[in-house]
Design a binder for this molecule. Structure first.
Ligand code: HH2
Length: 392
C-alpha cells in the first residue's frame, strides 16, 4: 500500500484526484468543497451559547477552543455546515445557528464578476487595476500625469499592458499629505476620468472620499467608486454610489490618512480587519448598494505596520470568506521596502511578488503602478491555480 498526501489547495487536489478515480466531475467538485478546512472565531458569546456550541461541535467531531466570551471551532466546511443546519439532531440556539448559516453561505459564494454602473467586470482571472494619480504629490507617481495628454497616454499604456480597470485619483493619501480642497480635486479628476474613459473604453474607477467628486466623476464616465474610507468619510457617499448603481471598493483604514499611523494597534490584525470591513459592508448593503457591486480591500499601508501588512496578506482568507471579491494594493508601498531594502522606485518586482502571494490566497483584483510586471506574474499564478486538474 502507498500513502500520498494531497498537497496544495486540498479541495482542488481532492476534486482532481476523485475525478481521476472515476467520480463524475461536478460531483467530485461538490464533495471536495465540503472538505475545505475552516476555523471560525465566534465572539462575543454568553456562557449558555458557549456551552451549547461546545457540546454540539464536539459531538460533530469539530475542534473547539474557548476562552472568556469567545470560541473557535475548526473542521471541514461540511461539518461546520452541519452545525448550522436547522432541525439537526442537537441544534444550536437559533441566534447562533442563523449567524453561522449566513456566514457559511457567504463564504461559499464564488464571486465570478463585479457589477459596475455600466457592465460586469469578469474576475475568473486576476484583474489588474492600473493606478493613475493625477496629483502633484503621490508617493510614487506624483506629478507624472499632471496634464490631460499625459493621463490619457498613461492609461493607454496600462491598457496595452493588460490593465482591466483604471483607477483615477486626485488626492494623495500618503501619511501627512496636504489635502486638496474640493474644487481642486474636481478640477484634477473629472476631465481625466472623462478623457480616460473615452480613450480606453475600460471601466474607470474614481479614488475619492468626497461624494461630489464621485458624483461628477460618475457622470463623466466613471463606473466605480474606490473609497479608502469605506463610505465613512462623507455621509452622502453611500447614496451617491447607490443612485448611480456604481461598483464600490470598501477599503479598510482607521482614522484619517493624517492620523492613521497612530491607530496601527491590533490584538489580531487579520481578524480585526475582516470584522471592521464586514461592518462597512453591512452598512453599504443597508444603504441599498447591491451585494454584487461590493469589492473589499484590506488597505495595505493604511493604519498598519509592515508586520501588520504581511499578516493581513498571509491570512487573506479571513477576508475572502466574507463572500466578496478582494482587491489588494501593495504597489511600491513602504512594507515592501522594509522586506527588500529597495527604495520606492525599485519596488515593482516586490509588488508583483506580493500580488502573487495574494492571488494564491484568493485575491481577485490588484491595484498597481507597473501593470506589465504584475500582469505577467499573475498570469503564472492563474495558470498554477487552474492546473489542479491537469493530467486528469
Ligand atoms: N492605496 C492608495 C490609494 N488608494 N485604494 C485602494 N482600494 N487600495 C489601496 O491599497 C490604495 C488605494 C495609496 O497608494 P497610491 O495611490 O499609490 O499613493 P497616494 O495615496 O500617495 O496617491
Amino acid at each position: 500500500m502507498r500513502v500520498t498526501a494531497l498537497a496544495g489547495d486540498v479541495p482542488a487536489a481532492l476534486a482532481s484526484v476523485l475525478a481521476a478515480h472515476g467520480v463524475e466531475a461536478s460531483r467530485a467538485e461538490a464533495l471536495a468543497a465540503g472538505g475545505a478546512p475552516l476555523a471560525l472565531l465566534l465572539e462575543p458569546l454568553d456562557d449558555d451559547d458557549q456551552a451549547a456550541l461546545v457540546g454540539v461541535a464536539t459531538r460533530s467531531g469539530l475542534d473547539c477552543h474557548t476562552g472568556d466570551g469567545w470560541a473557535v471551532v475548526a473542521g471541514t466546511l461540511a461539518r461546520l455546515g452541519g452545525l448550522a443546519r436547522p432541525g439537526g439532531a442537537s441544534p444550536l440556539p437559533e441566534r447562533l445557528g442563523l449567524a453561522l448559516g449566513r456566514f457559511l453561505m457567504d463564504a461559499q459564494e464564488a464571486p465570478a464578476g463585479w457589477r459596475t454602473a455600466r457592465r460586469v467586470v469578469p474576475l475568473e482571472r486576476a484583474c489588474v487595476v492600473g493606478i493613475l494619480n493625477v496629483t502633484p504629490d503621490s508617493f510614487s507617481d506624483g506629478g507624472r500625469y499632471a496634464s490631460l495628454a499625459a493621463a490619457v497616454d498613461g492609461a493607454r499604456a496600462m491598457q496595452a499592458a493588460g490593465a482591466a480597470v483604471i483607477d483615477v485619483g486626485g488626492e494623495s493619501t500618503r501619511p501627512g499629505a496636504a489635502r486638496p480642497d474640493e474644487a481642486e480635486e474636481l478640477r484634477r479628476v473629472v476631465p481625466a476620468v472623462r478623457a480616460v474613459a473615452e480613450a480606453t473604453g475600460l471601466p474607470v474607477s474614481v479614488d475619492t472620499r468626497r461624494s461630489r467628486v464621485a458624483a461628477e466623476a460618475l457622470e463623466a464616465g466613471a463606473e466605480i467608486v474606490n473609497d479608502v474610507s469605506a463610505l465613512a468619510h462623507d455621509p452622502r457617499m453611500a447614496e451617491t454610489v447607490r443612485a448611480a448603481g456604481a461598483g464600490v471598493v470598501l477599503m479598510h483604514m482607521r482614522g484619517e490618512p493624517q492620523t492613521m499611523d497612530a491607530l496601527a494597534s491590533y490584538r489580531d490584525v487579520a481578524s480585526e480587519v475582516a470584522e471592521e470591513l464586514a461592518a462597512s459592508r453591512d452598512r453599504a448593503l443597508a444603504a441599498g448598494i447591491a451585494r454584487e457591486a461590493v469589492v473589499l480591500d484590506p488597505g495595505l499601508g493604511f493604519a498598519k505596520t509592515p508586520e501588520h501588512n504581511l499578516a493581513v496578506l498571509e491570512r487573506l482568507g479571513s477576508l475572502t470568506a466574507l463572500g466578496h471579491p478582494v482587491m489588494v494594493g501593495p504597489s511600491r508601498k513602504r512594507f515592501l521596502g522594509a522586506v527588500t531594502g529597495r527604495p520606492v522606485d525599485q519596488r515593482d518586482a516586490a509588488t508583483a511578488a506580493a500580488c502573487v502571494a495574494a492571488r494564491l490566497r484568493g485575491a481577485r483584483l490588484f491595484r498597481v503602478h507597473d501593470v506589465a510586471a504584475a500582469r505577467e506574474a499573475l498570469a503564472v499564478a492563474d495558470a498554477v491555480l487552474g492546473a489542479a486538474g491537469a493530467g486528469s
